[in-house]
Design a protein around this ligand. Structure first.
Ligand SMILES: CC(C)(COP(=O)(O)OP(=O)(O)OC[C@H]1O[C@@H](n2cnc3c(N)ncnc32)[C@H](O)[C@@H]1OP(=O)(O)O)[C@@H](O)C(=O)NCCC(=O)NCCS
Length: 167
């Protein structure tokens, strides 16, 4: 896909560049939200996509600001051994751009692309910890609801919540 202007002064793209390795790392660090091991996984998905292409199973949506700096991104892909179920692995917006509809735009574009890939459902996993309250509200505002709770999954008292949206 070529670059497309959005309603914000942002450019949308879904091709992955070598420079996204560093850009995604910096973005997820700047959110202040993720542990070092989580940051490494975010970066690994970009690297995997650059190495294997579409066969990696990782698809990306990027929003770049007017200076070409990464403002937000989403990573999603089909879940193996399912028919039309997809995972949203990552969605993050730089703190300086949060609250201006970029997260919603990334979500909407992701959903359109999943539909185009014959996807039926998008799943998102998150933690029940208070730290993720804002993330959970964002998912609910985006039309997702909790489909399953796996108790004590991450740690005692820290459940895994599985959100879903049927497309
Ligand atoms: C979650 C995140 C992607 C949302 O992006 P954003 O650009 O700030 O969100 P938007 O401005 O598009 O908001 C979309 C909707 O979510 C709601 N929302 C967003 N952040 C919210 C918050 N902190 N509290 C409550 N609601 C929130 C908005 O009210 C809006 O709903 P509305 O249109 O009905 O008013 C962004 O805050 C972020 O990167 N957070 C840190 C990383 C993270 O949690 N990622 C998800 C786990 S991988």
């Amino acid at each position: 896909m070529s670059n497309t202007k959005t309603s914000h002064p942002m450019s949308r793209r879904n091709d992955v560049h070598q420079s996204d390795i560093a850009a995604v790392r910096q973005l997820v660090i700047d959110t202040g939200f993720f542990r070092p091991d989580e940051i490494e996984i975010a970066v690994e998905l970009v690297e995997e996509r650059l190495t294997k292409g579409v066969a990696s199973g990782y698809h990306f949506e990027f929003l770049d600001d007017s200076d070409g700096k990464l403002a937000g991104y989403a990573c999603f892909g089909p879940i193996a051994c399912t028919i039309g179920s997809f995972d949203l692995y990552w969605i993050a917006v730089h703190p300086s751009h949060q609250g201006h509809g970029l997260g919603r735009e990334l979500m909407t574009t992701t959903e359109s692309r999943v539909r185009a890939l014959n996807g039926r459902r998008i799943y998102i996993e998150t933690s029940s910890q208070p730290k993720y309250e804002s993330t959970r509200r964002f998912y609910v505002a985006s039309g997702y609801s909790i489909d399953a709770t796996i108790r004590d999954f991450y740690a005692p008292g820290d459940d895994k919540l599985i959100y879903v949206r049927a497309l």
